[in-house]
Design a protein around this ligand. Structure first.
Ligand code: SF4
Length: 262
């Protein structure tokens, strides 16, 4: 596959159009994109997001069923037995700090918000353990308020696509937000993060098996040869992703299909 540089002397309008094309290609590539942290309400999502720091979503999802069954309300976290809570969340790592955050979060919600998770960014970011990224995850997925989640995958991909030269997550959030309709922000974030976990990896992106190649100025950062690139795809839809990029799905090894997306 060969590409010409899509960003040479690109105007603002050209960049917006390319961003929208990237957005449409992502929609086609990842129809299964969603928040990968299991939850059934805003409190559970807030807790799962705190636990996901320095930990895979898969590991968090292994821990939360038992945790959510035992701790059902903000008051339960506020009055938690520290040793018991630590033991429950220990597999997610940094469990002492995370226990601190969960107990303080519970206390703050009880003291200031009647035990409920507030649905405004300005309130959420005042809560222990909740930064702007987490607040946007909660708004987008528990309150249907459009939010852009600039995590490590999002940041890497929009920079590879040269949609922004910013390095500060808040500036990135604003610049990328300006390129897309607000109603698309939450799903766009999921799709970009999906692409980062399954195709456009930090160290070896699967450029030769990527459906975005023609729109991407960083094509060639990873292997472009189909057989080498197909081996880098990850997740249960790895073979569909290969086929969509015009690569023989049989080149995707079985271990890639069952591999955990990082
Ligand atoms: S072409 Fe390569 S660098 Fe560009 S989005 Fe695809 S995998 Fe990432």
């Amino acid at each position: 596959m060969t590409t010409s540089s899509p960003v040479r002397a690109e105007t603002d309008l050209g960049r917006t159009r390319r961003a929208r094309r990237l957005g449409r290609a992502l929609t086609e590539a990842h129809p299964d994109a969603h928040c990968e942290l299991d939850h059934s309400n805003a409190l559970e999502l807030a807790v799962a997001t705190i636990l996901s720091a320095q930990c895979t979503d898969k590991k968090v999802n292994e821990v939360t069923p038992k945790l959510f069954a035992r701790y059902r309300s903000a008051a339960d976290y506020a009055g938690a037995d520290r040793a018991e809570l630590e033991e429950l969340i220990r597999p997610t790592g940094f469990y002492r700090n995370k226990t601190d955050s969960l107990i303080k979060l519970g206390q703050a919600l009880v003291e200031r918000y009647d035990g409920r998770v507030p649905g405004r960014l300005a309130d959420l970011v005042t809560l222990p353990g909740i930064g702007r990224k987490t607040a946007n995850v909660i708004l987008g997925n528990a309150f249907d308020v459009p939010g852009i989640t600039v995590d490590t995958h999002f940041q890497r991909l929009v920079q590879r696509w040269r949609l922004t030269a910013q390095t500060d997550p808040v500036q990135i959030e604003h610049e990328i937000g300006a390129l897309f309709p607000k109603r698309e922000w939450t799903m766009l974030s999921h799709r970009i993060i999906f692409h980062g976990r399954r195709v456009c990896h930090a160290r070896k992106p699967a450029c030769g098996a990527c459906t975005l190649a023609k729109l991407c100025p960083s094509y060639g950062t990873g292997p472009v040869e189909p057989a080498a690139a197909a081996k880098l795809l990850k997740g249960p839809r790895a073979r569909d992703l290969a086929a969509a990029a015009g690569v023989d799905p049989e080149l995707v090894p079985q271990q890639a299909v069952v591999a955990e997306a990082p």
